[in-house]
Write a protein that binds this ligand. Structure first.
Ligand SMILES: Nc1nc2c(c(=O)[nH]1)N[C@H]1C(S)=C(S)[C@@H](COP(=O)(O)O)O[C@H]1N2
Ligand SMILES: [Mo]
Length: 252
């Protein structure tokens, strides 16, 4: 079954289960579980909310498809990024010894981790596909620290509902909810295909969110902020992409 027909089935199933006024009931259910995407009412109607809520309620633990090593793309396409600038070049020349990832917001023990510390944390490895909204995809092996490990380490407080993550490129920032943040395949990736993550692919460290489209897999991660409210960030829709009109929830 394709992802699209599977998604339609889940949405239909939720609507049927909810009865004749399915959409209304499902919307209430979604509200109760905090499953209204932050961009609802800006660019999306009840249909988008229902898809997001249906995925969240029924599909929360589903794994992104994993591939075998023989399926790894031989010529992966690194999407072009804007100029990273002199400070980045200087850090790159020094093997990113000065690279830091700040973890702040609703944490019992906010922390700043060096790249060396991040590399010393436990890792998982996945062979997954990344896909751009523009249509191209590639398969690669990513190794990284589960985001759940970082959240546990800093003592994420119970009200946290979203993780806002930021890039060295200040106009690139995104957020995910806790279902994705705690998902076992969501990792702070620092290796790709058995080597240190190359700069064109987001090195020294990128967030891999394989359950969502490529634009949620932010490169050059510098900061993770734990929050219960996305309104204070940017235009309040939860990310640079959603502020610009793309879906905040880019589930695949
Ligand atoms: N910091 C930063 N992160 C980014 C981007 C970017 O330009 N800058 N592009 C995004 C988009 S649109 C996609 S599709 C993926 C592309 O990942 P790739 O370069 O590994 O192909 O990275 C995402 N992360
Ligand atoms: Mo993209």
């Amino acid at each position: 079954m394709t992802d699209i027909s599977r998604r339609q089935l889940i949405t239909t199933g939720l609507t049927v289960a909810a009865g004749a006024s399915g959409v209304v009931v499902a919307a209430k259910l979604a509200q109760r579980h905090g499953l209204i995407p932050p961009d609802a009412g800006v660019f999306y109607g009840p249909g988008e909310t229902l898809t997001y809520a249906a995925q969240r309620l029924l599909n929360r633990h589903a794994m992104a498809r994993e591939f075998s090593r023989s399926q790894i793309s031989t010529n992966p396409f690194a999407n072009e990024v804007d100029r990273l600038g002199d400070e980045f070049t200087r850090m790159q020349a020094a093997s990113f010894v000065d690279w830091k990832v700040v973890v702040d917001g609703m944490a019992a023990r906010p922390a700043t981790f060096s790249l060396a510390e991040i590399r010393s944390f436990p890792t998982t490895t996945q062979v997954t596909m990344i896909g751009c909204e523009e249509g191209w995809t590639y398969i690669a092996e990513w190794t990284g620290v589960p985001l759940s490990y970082i959240l546990d380490r800093v003592g994420a407080l119970p009200p946290v509902r979203y993780i806002v993550y930021r890039s060295f490129q200040s106009d690139w920032w995104e957020s995910i909810d806790m279902a994705d943040a705690l998902h076992p395949q969501t990792v702070l990736a620092h290796r790709m295909n058995g080597s240190e993550l190359p700069v064109p692919f987001g090195g020294p460290v990128r967030l891999r969110v394989p359950r969502q489209l490529g634009y949620k897999s932010l490169k050059y991660i510098t900061r993770l902020t734990l929050t219960d409210n996305l309104k204070p960030f940017g235009k309040g829709t939860g990310g640079a992409s959603s502020d610009a009109g793309y879906a905040w929830y880019a589930g695949i």
